[in-house]
Ligand binder design. Structure first.
Ligand code: NAP
Length: 209
């Protein structure tokens, strides 16, 4: 019997936008995955200063994935008080999906920094890493860095280019802060949730992504 292929889409999703959804769909098709589980980061070890709290980010992702029966969301990181190490998350998924092939999908900007993650070689034993990137921008640099990472840690890391990733969470947060419409950059339900709860309209807009 063929192994199940499970995508795990990691990120802050502050907020989730159409670029993330298109990226997930492209990876699903490219690798013929059975499903993709979106995992909003809870308490990331590498940074502070997320704008929306974890419950709001979880709710926004839940609304965004509703229309695709191959997408779902997990609270595995946001419901834990521990630091959200990807290795721990992967170990938990390995327990749940015994025998499945795991694909950890996230931004190329994050993956080129893999050497600073917790136990990169162990991560690469548990999953294939899929680095999604904006086309053209620094592609050669990303390829070179990923080659070095693979030489050092082994495993499989692949780059998938997604034109729609021109959309960024940082840009969307800035728009809400300035009162500029972000329509069509994110699902309408998510836009309405942000407006109703005034999520990005107060305080400083930090540059995270
Ligand atoms: P982030 O702040 O959300 O994003 C970093 C960059 O990647 C941004 O350009 C972002 O664009 C993009 N991005 C993030 N998630 C994406 C996704 N799923 N698909 C496409 N683009 C995406 O992310 P981060 O905090 O660096 O971490 C990303 C993932 O790596 C998380 O799951 C995190 O837990 C994991 N990580 C783990 C460790 C560790 O275990 N020690 C260390 C670092 C990162 P947008 O802003 O537009 O989303």
């Amino acid at each position: 019997m063929e192994k199940r292929k499970i995508g795990i889409m990691g990120g802050a999703f502050d907020p989730i936008h159409l670029g993330h959804l298109v990226a997930a769909n492209e990876v699903l098709n490219t690798y013929q995955l059975n499903e993709i589980i979106f995992v909003p980061t809870g308490n990331p070890p590498h940074k502070n200063g997320l704008i929306a709290d974890s419950l709001d980010r979880y709710v926004m992702v839940s609304m965004a994935v509703l229309s695709n029966d191959k997408f779902s969301v997990s609270d595995i990181e946001i419901s834990s008080r521990e630091k959200s190490y990807t290795l721990n998350t992967l170990r938990k998924f390995r327990e749940i999906y015994k025998g499945a092939e795991l694909y950890f999908i996230t931004g190329a900007d994050a993956i080129i920094d893999l050497a600073n993650w917790h136990q990169p070689s162990e991560i690469l034993k548990l999953c294939k890493l899929i680095a999604v990137s904006r086309p053209g921008i620094g592609l050669k640099e990303v390829q070179d860095k990923i080659k070095d990472i693979q030489l050092k840690y082994g495993g499989t890391i692949e780059i998938v280019q997604i034109p729609m990733l021109q959309i960024s969470s940082t840009e969307i947060r800035k728009r809400f802060k300035k009162g500029i419409s972000a329509k069509y950059l994110l699902p309408e339900s998510v836009e309405q949730y942000i407006i109703k709860n005034k999520i990005y309209m107060k305080g400083d807009t930090l540059t995270l992504g």
